[in-house]
Design a binder for this molecule. Structure first.
Ligand code: GDG
Length: 476
């Protein structure tokens, strides 16, 4: 049986199951950024990855894929509904994103969440070698660190939280607020996107559990009366910048960017939004601001087009169905009011595209609009910047996205302030080339210096240090 020195535990395996024309199933690497980030680490370290294969009720034996050992965790259709769509995406997601949508607290969802977390913990415990490091990913698995520590006290455990951790006034709504904090504190290293998220977490720990915290350290009491130290700190995630640069330099992708502009009637300026269709992304606020700019006559459809890619997401969750209806109604109204036979105000695409096409879109866009009401990081902001190998283009960035901490040269907005956002969009549209260049160079420097490889390295270094510290304590 495989015993791995590094185990990644995530809701999803890094592969998608595809069935060919003859009905034969196979696995294809999924496009996600986490996969790219961890692939080299996994190869180096005899790595295993524990996760759900993405379809309910299928039994799959562990298998090797591109140098990693993959361990599938089975979920029934009922568990997908309660643990994933319910507890993860209809309770934690809205609560942790500042209650933009109302979180629903349902005890049957919680019960399924506990049960599924136990299953992930058990699978990780089985595959981890003696004294291995385990890296748990994200809000679907917040109870795993503690469960795993109980099963395997020899392991060093890390957890990374990809989404925000809310202020205590909101967090305290959670009926299971104590269990979740205890679950997370099973980890030796707890990583967040922003310094503020780590601060909110430490405050919740002080308020609910009364544990002492000091800077990034949390003193966790043990059953035997001793204490141990957990580190709760910001490790802002990033992208594989080099791969975006490579795509952006490809002549066929640059030609495609020109074709996209052509297809929109060669407007003077193209504004771009790229988001999963999610209420946290501020798509409605963005549409409102743009609609008003057209209404006020500050921009015209001949000169400016908004291209909005809203990739389908969580389509079985009620709040997402409602959001889609609202957005499509708004887009229809704005286009109905302002389109001409030759020009459209908003080109709306409820579709997912290959990465090549995304990069062509980035290259075609003069202004990138990231207007999230709350976002852990927002990788799209970083991808746009990396793709602008010409040092042109303007990033308009919400201060409520984690990326705002690292990208001060963007045009910063508060998406709730519609007038402020309208002015910022005008500033971006009218920005002289020299100023675009100055800002874009600074943005690109940050994204290239701090890429996803550096992110995973810095987290794993912290985990190594935690492991060394545990060894020296247990030796004394
Ligand atoms: C969560 C946190 C945090 C989108 N549409 C298509 C497509 N995408 C890609 C983007 C980007 C990724 O999906 C989305 O990442 P974001 O960071 O923007 O947002 P979330 O999905 O909400 O991610 C977030 C992230 O985790 C990582 O920690 O930054 O705050 O919410 O890479 O380009 N990719 C392709 N076609 C699409 O249609 N190929």
């Amino acid at each position: 049986m495989t015993q791995a020195d590094l185990v990644v535990v995530a809701n999803r395996l890094p592969v998608d199951r595809v069935v060919d024309a003859s009905g034969e199933p196979s696995w294809r690497r999924s496009p996600g950024g986490l996969v790219t980030a961890l692939e080299p680490v996994m190869r180096r370290a005899d790595g295993a990855w524990v996760g759900w294969p993405g379809q309910p009720d299928i039994d799959v034996e562990p298998f090797e894929f591109e140098g990693a050992h993959l361990v599938p965790v089975r979920l029934s259709a009922d568990e997908v509904e309660k643990y994933y769509e319910g507890m993860s995406n209809d309770t934690f997601w809205p609560l942790y994103h500042d209650v933009i949508a109302e979180p629903r607290y349902r005890r049957v969802w919680w019960d399924a969440y506990v049960r599924v977390n136990e299953r992930f913990a058990a699978a990780a415990a089985e595959v981890a070698a003696d004294g291995a490091e385990v890296w748990v990913q994200d809000y679907q698995l917040q109870l795993v660190p503690r469960m795993l520590r109980e099963l395997r006290p020899d392991l060093t455990i890390g957890y990374f939280h990809h989404i925000p951790f809310p202020a205590y006034g909101l967090y305290s709504q959670l009926p299971w607020r104590r269990q979740v904090l205890e679950g997370l504190l099973g980890a030796d290293v707890i990583g967040f996107q922003r310094v503020a998220d780590a601060g909110n977490f430490a405050r919740a720990v002080r308020r609910v559990l009364r544990y002492a915290t000091k800077a990034t350290g949390i003193t966790v009491p043990q059953e035997d009366g001793s204490t141990r130290n957990a580190l709760a700190k910001a490790f802002p995630i990033s992208i594989d910048a080099a791969s975006y640069i490579e795509l952006a330099r490809r002549p066929d992708i640059q030609a495609r960017a020109a074709e996209i502009r052509e297809g929109l009637g060669n407007p003077k300026k193209i504004l771009l939004g790229v988001d999963r269709l999610d209420y946290t992304k501020g798509i409605r606020h963005r549409l409102k601001a743009f609609g008003e700019l057209l209404h006020d006559g500050r921009v015209s459809v001949e000169d400016v087009t908004l291209l909005q890619v809203a990739s389908p997401s969580r389509e079985r969750v009620e709040a997402y169905m409602q959001l889609r209806d609202e957005i499509e109604l708004t887009v229809g109204r704005i286009n109905g009011d302002f389109d001409t036979t030759g020009h459209t105000a908003i080109r709306y695409l409820h579709q997912a595209y290959p990465r090549e096409e995304m990069v062509a879109l980035f290259l075609a866009a003069d202004v990138m609009l990231v207007t999230a009401l709350r976002d852990g990081m927002n990788l799209v902001a970083k991808e746009y910047v990396a793709a602008r190998v010409d040092n042109r283009g303007v990033l308009v960035l919400s201060e409520f996205a984690g990326a705002a901490d690292e990208l001060p040269s963007a045009v910063r907005i508060n998406p709730h302030d519609i007038d402020g956002m309208k002015d910022a969009i005008m500033r971006a549209i009218e920005m002289p080339a020299a100023e675009q260049g100055r800002r874009m160079r600074a943005l690109r420097k940050r994204v290239m210096d701090y890429d996803v490889a550096r992110w995973s390295r810095s987290f794993l270094e912290a985990l190594d240090e935690a492991k060394a510290a545990r060894r020296s304590t247990s030796a004394t």
